[in-house]
Write a protein that binds this ligand. Structure first.
Ligand SMILES: NC(=O)c1ccc[n+]([C@@H]2O[C@H](COP(=O)([O-])OP(=O)(O)OC[C@H]3O[C@@H](n4cnc5c(N)ncnc54)[C@H](O)[C@@H]3O)[C@@H](O)[C@H]2O)c1
Length: 308
């Protein structure tokens, strides 16, 4: 199983590291446009192999896509991250050009590759890959909900003073500060609804903190986060590589599900060897439906800025 990670920056390197540590891929190729950068990250990571106990071979490449040939899965993290005070949507101008070129180059050397899009604004970048490559929709997956759900569970555990392993919960909708829809009514602690433990106000605070999870970290770090994004991508790559049939909220092209069409937005899907193997269309409350509609309107507005 060969995995390519485009972008050797914070998220790309973290993602490659977690994939290697989990030791399910035979090879990870990191590619970056910056001369020598991917080679350096790959060598540094390989020098952790004997310490961390993995056999995954990690190599680096400066923009040579021939080195990525016959990849099963490719992760696109190339592009600029936001700075404090910026929205993800403001990154569209530069990142759209990068994502378009990168996906086309990847497909020249790996025509059957499954693409995971991370670069922001992620839902719009996922839509762009659909519109410009024409590959089947099961092979184009946007990463946002897996991260936002991990942040939701972190905030729920914090509010309940509970271990995170007790918590289950999911965030759907657009991967933006205003677009995320934390499914508070479905979240549980050991199958008991979280509303049994937390007041309505506290739950609203959890949802609000989740939605600005990325912005909070960007303010603290001066750039966007990488550990949790890298871990989220690595779990999705593992689900595909190991045909786990695991459920994650992912950005996917909808065709009537959730009452939406011609849009990529976060909904629960099953990830297995074919990429997105199923979209799970769960019934939402009237309030959740309204939030999802509002979120989709925001994503469509950003999609409208693309020059297709
Ligand atoms: N979807 C999510 O949940 C999520 C989470 C975190 C970050 N992000 C996004 O991921 C992207 C990367 O973030 P980061 O913190 O790793 O940024 P970074 O600046 O650390 O790394 C980006 C890398 O991309 C490389 N790059 C730029 N153009 C390229 C090209 N044409 N080909 C190959 N490589 C190229 C750069 O040289 C750099 O090394 C950003 O757009 C960020 O907003 C998304």
């Amino acid at each position: 199983m060969k995995v390519t990670v485009v972008g050797a920056g914070a998220v790309g390197a973290s993602c490659a590291e977690y994939i290697a540590i989990k030791d399910f891929a035979s090879e990870v190729v990191i590619l970056d446009i910056k001369e020598g950068y991917a080679e350096g990250k790959a060598m540094d990571l390989m020098q952790t192999a004997s310490l961390m106990g993995f056999d995954t071979k990690i190599t680096g490449s400066t923009n040579d896509y021939a080195r990525t040939a016959d990849s099963h899965i490719a992760v696109i993290t190339s592009g600029i991250p936001r700075k404090p005070g910026m929205t993800r949507e403001e990154l569209i101008g530069i990142n759209a050009g990068i994502v378009k070129t990168v996906s086309s180059n990847l497909l020249k050397h790996s025509p059957n590759v499954i693409i995971i899009v991370v670069s922001n604004p992620m839902d719009t970048m996922t839509y762009l890959v659909h519109k410009t490559t024409g590959i089947p929709k099961n092979r184009i997956i946007g990463m946002g909900g897996a991260l936002d759900s991990a942040r939701f569970k972190y905030r729920l555990a914090e509010a309940m003073e509970a271990p995170i392993s007790d918590i289950d919960g999911m965030v759907i909708g657009g991967h933006s500060d205003t677009g995320m829809v934390p499914l508070t009514s479905h979240a549980t602690r050991n199958s008991i609804r979280v509303s049994e433990f937390l007041s309505e106000d506290r739950l609203q605070q959890v949802a609000d903190d989740t939605k600005v999870g990325g912005a909070t970290l960007t303010k603290l770090l001066g750039t966007s986060a990488w550990y949790a994004p890298g871990a989220a991508v690595s779990s999705m790559v593992q689900a595909i590589a190991c045909d786990q049939k695991k459920m994650f909220p992912c950005s996917t092209m909808l065709d009537g599900e959730y009452g939406l069409s011609d849009i990529c937005i976060g909904v629960p899907v099953i990830l297995g060897k074919d990429g997105i193997e199923k979209i799970i269309d769960i019934p939402l409350s009237a309030a959740e439906k309204a939030k999802m509609k509002e979120s989709a309107d925001g994503v469509s507005k950003t999609n409208g800025l693309l020059e297709l």
